[in-house]
Design a protein. Sequence first.
Length: 666
Amino acid sequence: MNKFSIRKVPLNLWILGPMIIAFSIYIETSTTLEIDGLYWTANILMIALFSYYGGLYSGIILLLILSFIYMVVGLLPATSELPMQQQFPYLLGAIIALSIGTLGWKIKSNETQLKKLFDNNDITFWTWDVETDEHTFTEGFANIYGISIEELKENPYHWQDVVHPDDKDILLESIEKQKAGKKTTITYRFFHSSGEIRWLQERATPHTDKTGAITHVDGVIFDITDQKQAEQKMNQLIHYDSLTGLTNRKWFQNYLETALISSAKFGRSLGVMFIDYDNFKRVNDTLGHSTGDQLLILIAERLKSVLTPNDVVSRQSGDEFLVLLENRSLTEIEELAQKIIVKMNVPYKINGTEIISTPSIGISVNFDTEDDAEALIKKADFAMFLAKENGKNNYQFYNDELNQQMRRKMILETHLHKAIENQELSIHYQPQFDIATFQIAGAEALLRWEGRLGKIPPDEFIPIAEETGLIIPIGEWVLRQACRDIKRFKEKKMKSFPISVNISTRQLMAPHFIERVESIIAEEKVDPTLLTLEITESAFLYYEDAKDNIFALRNLGVGVSLDDFGIGYSSLSMIRNIEIDELKIDRSFLNDSLEDNRVRSLLEAIIQIGKKINTKVVVEGIETKEQIDLLSVHDVYGQGYFYSKPIPVDEFEVWCMNAYEKAGLK
Ligand code: C2E
Ligand code: CA
Ligand code: CA
C-alpha cells in the first residue's frame, strides 16, 4: 500500500513552490489588486501539486503552512483585512485543489504499483496487436532478457535471437495457435544477455472483436529458472550413485538424449565411452566387497581427473562407467582413450594392497548416424566387448562391421545351444604319422559343426562355446564320441593307435572334470592309454589347479599332450613344472623354417627339448615334401595336409586301410 508522504513531493517543487509564492507576494505587495488573485492562484496550484505528488497529507500540510502565513504572520495586510465571506472562494479553491491533487496522486500510485508488479523480474506481461503487429512491453519484460526497454522496442522480435534453438519451435508453434484463437501455455529456455540459460513460462490469451477476428493477444511471462534449477538438482539427486557420487545410467541416457537434439541442430559431435574394468570381479571375490567399493571410488576419481569438467561421467552399473564427450574429433577421443588407459594402469593402493584394474573401453560416435541415446550406449557397449576380446586393457571404436560380427556371434551362440540335440556335430579325424616310417601313429579328433547355418569352422565356434560354457557339454560329447570311435576301430580290427582329443582350458578347470573323464572312459569301456588329451598352455594361468588335474589325468592312464607348443610365453615353464607325454610343436615354426634359419634352429632345439624330457614330439602342419625332408633327420611324428586332411570317420577308416599303400608316397 502506498502511503501519503510529504517526502514524495519532488525536490524541485520544494524549491519552486516557495519561489512562486514569494514571487506572487512580491507582485501583490507592489500592486494594489483588490482580491489577491495571483497570490491565491499560486497557493492553489501549489496545494494541487503537493497533493498530487505527496498525497492528501502533503496537500493539507501545505495548506496549513500557507494559512498560517496568511493569517498569523499577516504578511499581506491588504488580504488579511478582507472579511471572512470574501475569503471563502480561496478556501473552496484550496479544497478543490486538494481533492483533485489527491485523486491524481491515487490514480498515479495505483498505476505505479501495478507497473511495479509487472516490472518485477519474475513476472511481466506484453500485448501484441495482431492487426498492426505492434508490441507493447513493460520494462520488466526487457529486464527478464537483460536488455533495455529501448532495445526491446527497437527489436520486438529480440526473443527470436535469444531463444534456445531447441525451444524455438515451441514458441513458433504457440504463436500459430494464438493466431488461431487458442490460449497457450509454454515453457522455454533463452539465453540471457549475461549468457546464462534461463527458463520462462508464458501464458497467452488471444482476444477477438465482434466478428470473431483476433485483435490482440495478451501474455504473461514468468521466469521459472529457479524452479527449474531446483528441479534439475532434485533430478540429479534421484539419479545419483551414492557410492561414487556420479550420476547413474538413467540420468546419463536422459542427458544424452538432450545432447543429441542440440548436436543435430549444430552439427556437433558426440562420443560415448563405455568403460569396463577388467578384473574387478576378482578383486571383489578375493579382497571383499568393501575393497571393491573403495576401488570403485578411486576409479571414479581417476576417471574424472583425466576428463574436463564439461565431460559427463556416469556409473552404468557395477564396474562399468559411461563417459559423454561433446564436440571432440575422433583423434581427440582416441587420444583421451589412450590417456585413460595409461592413467588406469597405475596400480591402486587400498589398505596396503596394490591392486591393478585395467579398463576395456568401447567407443561409439554419432557421426553420420541417427542413433538415439540407447543405441549409442548399446554400440559403445558392443565395442567394449570387442576390446575385451582383443585382450582387454584397450579401446575399440564401434563400427558396423563389428556389429555384424557381434550379431553373427549371437546367432551362432543361439544355434550352438541346440547343436548336440540337433545332431549337427561330428568329428573328423586327422592322422598322425611317424615321419621316419610313414606309418600311422595316431589321430587327432577335430570337431565339426554343420547345421542350419552351414559349415561353421571350429576357430569361430569353439571360442563362443568356451565363452558361454557350452564347451563343457560339447567337450564331453567329443570325448565320448572319440571313445566310441576307438571301440569301433578296434571292432574293425584296425591297427591300434591313440586318439587325441582337444580339451579347452575351461573344460580342464571345470569342477569334476577328472571324474567326468573317468566315468566316460568307464562307461564306454575303452583303454585309457588309447586316449590323449591335448591341452594348451593357457591352462598355465591356473597353474596350481592345472598341475593337479594333469597329474590326475595321467594317473587315469590318459596321455597328456601340450598343444601349440612354442607360441606362448610360458611354454617352457609349463614343461618344467608339469610332466606331460607329448609336445605338439605349433605349425608356425615349420612354416617359417624353410626360409628362416633362426626359426629352423629354434624348431630343432624344441624337438631336442621334447626328446630330452622323454615326450613324444609331434610337428603340426606338414604340407610339403620339403618340410618332410627337413624333419626326417629328427625322428619325430608329424601331422598335416601332406599326409591327410581331417576327414569324416567313415573316410578315415578307409584311409587307414589304405595307409600302407599311401606310405608308398614316400
Ligand atoms: P588345433 O588343435 O591346433 O588343431 C589343428 C588345426 O590345424 C585343425 O584345424 C587342422 O585342420 C589344422 N591343420 C591340420 N593340418 C594342417 C596343415 O597342414 N596346414 C594347415 N594350415 N592347417 C592344418 P581345425 O580343425 O579348423 O581346428 C581348429 C582348432 O579348433 C583346433 O586347433 C583346436 O584348437 C580347436 N578344436 C577343434 N576341435 C576341437 C574340440 O573338439 N575341442 C576343443 N576344445 N577344441 C577343438
Ligand atoms: Ca590340437
Ligand atoms: Ca595345435
